[in-house]
Design a protein around this ligand. Structure first.
Ligand SMILES: N[C@@H](CCC(=O)N[C@@H](CS)C(=O)NCC(=O)O)C(=O)O
Length: 223
């Protein structure tokens, strides 16, 4: 029996961490099914804990020869997919470029807390831009610099950050959506990259499902 992949994700409109491995999984071309756990509900934690001891989404379940492996954490899932689908080229071939792409992915994974807090992912909505603190402005400036550098070196002429679509693009996908949701002004090269990212069929499919959630009345509970 073929290997089975099941991706467990959170509410699509909000779950930025879930979007990352979804983009990677789509880039592999593998067949997979999805389980969506609604975030911010009283039963959310218990439902996630039933899937993964870490108690967070995303989670990837890989079932092969009757044995299921649970991979949790967005970056670990992307790494596992890169391992299992070398032909998808999820990391650049050249070791120097790969080292840089890994640095970009890791910087996103462990950083940009001010941006993430002030501009939460709301992929299916456009929202007024809040007053941006110096910390948020610094996060945006760093991301714009990093993307400009990568795009200038590797992603000119319609490419992605490191030329071919990679885990670095997956990790920054939710930042692209935030820049659009909150109408952040961007230099031309970065703006064009965001347009290419939003046009990916995988991004469009995610957006369509998120729009359905919003049309269905999705709301964060009042604190
Ligand atoms: N570092 C983790 C972060 C995952 C994370 O914070 N997921 C959020 C949803 S986007 C979550 O599971 N929240 C549910 C909860 O904490 O109850 C990763 O990269 O996967």
């Amino acid at each position: 029996m073929a290997t089975q992949y099941r991706l467990i994700i959170g509410t699509r409109n909000w779950s930025s961490w879930s979007l990352r491995p979804y983009l990677a999984l789509r880039a592999t071309g593998a067949k997979f099914d999805e389980v969506v756990i609604g975030l911010d509900r009283p039963q959310t934690k218990a439902e996630i804990l039933a899937q993964s001891p870490a108690g967070r989404v995303p989670v990837l379940k890989i079932t092969e020869a009757g044995e299921t492996t649970t991979v949790f954490d967005s970056l670990a899932i992307c790494e596992t997919l890169a391992d299992r689908f070398p032909q998808a080229g999820l990391w650049p071939q050249d070791w120097r470029t790969r080292a840089l792409a890994r640095s970009y992915a890791a910087e996103m994974h462990s950083g940009f807390a001010a941006l993430r807090t002030a501009l939460p992912m709301e992929i299916a909505r456009t929202l007024p831009q809040p007053q941006l603190s110096d910390a948020v402005k610094a996060d945006i400036a760093r991301i714009v610099d990093a993307w400009t550098d990568a795009l200038t070196r590797y992603g000119k002429d319609g490419g992605f950050l490191f030329g071919r679509f990679s885990v670095a693009d997956c990790m920054y996908g939710p930042v692209v959506t935030r820049f659009r949701t909150y109408d952040i002004a961007l230099p031309k090269i970065v703006d064009a990259y965001c347009t290419r990212m939003m046009a990916l069929p995988a991004m469009q499919d995610w957006l369509t499902e998120a729009q359905k959630e919003v049309a269905g009345g999705l709301k964060r509970p009042q604190a």
